[in-house]
Write a protein that binds this ligand. Structure first.
Ligand code: GLU
Length: 445
């Protein structure tokens, strides 16, 4: 049996990390088994559908690298790139639903009630052999026992989620439905519909929910809930993928940092965990830091330049060698690219943003003449590189009878506006003699 899975988001204007993880599990399962990954936009609720809401999902999946395999050819300028396949849109599949409803009506498995169409739900308990949750036996609740039937087409003609979801899974030949555990409660209805259509339901695999660190259910407004946050804050997509896969799946080995090809090789449903996962921002940031450290140089520069530009810092006015040397002093020092403008903006800004408390502490009457001596020493350092700058600073401190730290802090503050940042001697070398002297002079004024 060739595996066919799908991600079936409703366009809400938002891609939740839970949704992104569901998409990822489906994609990995398809890639692991050599099957197909289908993207189906569940957009039958016309009131909520906008192109922007769809784009949020498509862009999120593209950013994560989760490419889908089939769908109608599109050439729509606002849609996916020309020549791309898919996704499928339920709003374009109305005729299928209608045909299926007519089949149920003609076989007495559905009936009209007050303008709506209701499905005759099975009165027998429904058994679901879930690949993750195990066997679930759904008996009718007392309330359902009175009237277990449910609406499949509303009186305004709108087909309902349960119907369209099942008809599409059936017609698209979906073999495995991998989705959030919040849908387990719908599954008896779905199984009964499949049976009414005379086919076996697909395999179900309901994946545990993602909770907040405090154990509450993660909602739209919670920190880190929206995938777009990671795009905007300059996370590395591979790091987010790696973090998401660990929310509810474990490779059963003592490693957590795994590349996408390694994940494709290892991912399988039996290792999906049964218990709910907790979202841990600190761990995601750690993971991102790990990826930033090992990123190929060109990709690192590219993401840095992008983050700086977003903060209004243009790098293209500077020589390329200067930009690269500046960014090299930041490598391994950041958890996200969003930290970069604060960390290294001084390389690319004319006016520095001084920390006022640090100014009071560092530029004291006692320190001014010391800084002046250092300035004069730096004017003569030859070559102007980190090793000679370090020796120059230590020499000057020795002459003044103070510890190097006494000079280090005011120098850093004068040249960067900050109390922390890249290695001092390296950043001075990158800035170059002219800028360093000018900044020291400005601080001395
Ligand atoms: N549109 C549903 C959702 O976004 C899909 C559920 C499913 O995967 O079957 O929750």
């Amino acid at each position: 049996m060739s595996v066919r899975v799908r991600f079936a988001p409703s366009p809400t204007g938002f891609l939740h990390v839970g949704g992104a993880r569901t998409a990822l599990f489906n994609w990995l399962y398809a890639r692991h088994t050599g099957g197909k990954f289908i993207l189906r936009v569940e957009d039958t609720d016309a009131a909520r559908n906008t192109q922007e809401a769809v784009d949020v999902i498509l862009n999120g999946l593209r950013w994560l690298g989760l490419n889908w395999d089939e769908g109608p050819l599109t050439s729509d300028a606002t849609g996916p790139a020309k020549g791309d396949r898919g996704p499928y849109f339920q709003s374009q599949r109305r005729a299928n639903y209608q045909r299926r409803v007519e089949a149920l009506l003609s076989r007495g498995l559905a009936y009209e009630r007050e303008g709506a169409i209701k499905f005759k739900m099975s009165r027998e308990p429904v058994v679901i052999d879930d690949l993750i949750v195990g066997q679930v036996r759904r008996e009718l609740t007392d309330r359902e026992a009175e009237d277990p039937d449910f609406v499949i087409v509303r009186s305004d003609g709108q087909p309902v989620f349960h119907l369209v979801n099942v008809v599409d899974d059936l017609e698209m030949g979906i073999t495995h439905v991998i989705r959030g555990e919040d849908h387990l409660s719908n599954t008896a209805k779905h199984v009964a519909l499949f049976q009414a259509f005379g086919v076996h339901p697909p395999h179900y695999a309901h994946i545990p929910l993602i909770l907040n660190p405090d154990g509450t259910k993660m909602s739209k407004r919670d920190q880190g809930a929206s995938l777009s946050t990671y795009v905007e804050e300059g996370y590395v997509a591979e790091a987010v993928v790696n973090y998401l896969v660990l929310l509810g799946w474990s490779p059963k080995e003592n490693r957590e940092v795994l590349s996408v090809p390694e994940l494709v090789e290892r991912f399988d449903l039996p290792q999906v965990l049964r218990h709910n996962a907790r979202f841990d921002m600190a761990k995601l940031q750690w993971m991102n830091g790990e990826y930033m450290r090992t990123l190929p140089a060109d990709r690192f520069y590219e993401l840095c330049v992008h983050a700086l530009a977003k903060a209004g810092l243009q790098t293209n006015a500077f020589p390329l060698a200067y930009v690269k040397a500046a960014l090299d002093t930041c490598k391994g020092k950041l958890k996200t690219f969003a930290e970069l403008p604060g960390y290294a903006g001084f390389y690319f800004a004319d006016a520095l943003d001084f920390d006022p408390a640090a100014v009071v502490q560092s530029f004291t009457a006692e320190n001014r003449p010391r800084l002046q001596r250092l300035r004069d020493a730096f004017a003569k350092v030859e070559p102007f590189n980190y090793a000679f700058l370090e020796a120059g600073l230590k020499n000057t401190a020795g002459e003044l009878g103070v510890k190097p730290g006494v000079l280090v802090h005011p120098t850093r503050l004068a040249c960067t506006g900050k109390t922390a940042g890249p290695s001092l001697y390296h950043l001075l070398e990158v800035l170059g003699r002219e800028k360093v002297l000018a900044r020291l002079d400005a601080a001395l004024k």
